[in-house]
Write a protein that binds this ligand. Sequence first.
Ligand SMILES: Cc1cc2nc3c(=O)[nH]c(=O)nc-3n(C[C@H](O)[C@H](O)[C@H](O)COP(=O)(O)OP(=O)(O)OC[C@H]3O[C@@H](n4cnc5c(N)ncnc54)[C@H](O)[C@@H]3O)c2cc1C
Length: 235
Amino acid sequence: MTEQSPRTLIIKRVHEEAREIRAFDMLPEGAARAHGLAFQPGQVAVLQVGGDGERAYFAIASAPEDEEVEFLVKQTNSPASSALYGMPVGGRVRLLEIAGHGFALDEQKGRDLVFVAMGTGVAPLRSALRSVLRRADDFGQIVVLYGARTPEHFCYSDEVESWKAAGVELRQVVSNPSGYEWAGSTGYVQSLLDHVLPSLSDPVALVCGSREMIEQTRDRLHTMGFAPERILTNY
Ligand SMILES: Cc1cc2nc3c(=O)[nH]c(=O)nc-3n(C[C@H](O)[C@H](O)[C@H](O)COP(=O)(O)OP(=O)(O)OC[C@H]3O[C@@H](n4cnc5c(N)ncnc54)[C@H](O)[C@@H]3O)c2cc1C
């Protein structure tokens, strides 16, 4: 956990990222340009939304080096998520604390990195990836495996082009392709591991998703010979 007093964050921009998923760029009240918050890539913010005290975990989707902090919010039945999802530019939320350990990227220098993310788990993935791409020479090959429910649920469609241009190998998988023109892989994101791991040397996996997905991915990586210390989660 990062020691820091609760702060008010002001929403500066809202953009539709995918079906029922919006991104919110925020700055602490009083900050003109840079957010000035201390956090590690992949860490999670505890946000309090609205006056009635609804609070929830939201992974920070921006890198520490970015000027604003970004959150990716899915419209769900969770009171905090649905309240934040509907907030306009100028809206205010409370940042109560920053939790989770995030990803200690400096300890992975020289290694190939395999990011594995499902759904809004792309938020902590993006935070770490944006940090990594600022110093890509420090790392080996970078692979991103990203699973979504349908093609309409993939976030950061514009940005992934810059990831690919920077040499990232991106593989996407959809679990529910019916009704869509989707010629790519189908199923859960873990199924992509078999195809990419044999080509990597000394890789480390950075896994972002639900607890169930993390456990299943961990089991699969163990079976494939990954040492426990080579499987990282953000919280
Ligand atoms: C610490 C923490 C941080 C969080 N941060 C955020 C946040 O920043 N924003 C936010 O909106 N919510 C956040 N949540 C809420 C929660 O993480 C998400 O609802 C959850 O990750 C599911 O994501 P989703 O609803 O987008 O996935 P879904 O859309 O339900 O699923 C995404 C894809 O994963 C597939 N899938 C389902 N089960 C598995 C499985 N077992 N293995 C592999 N793939 C599977 C689905 O079929 C689909 O293809 C957070 C929760 C915690 C505890």
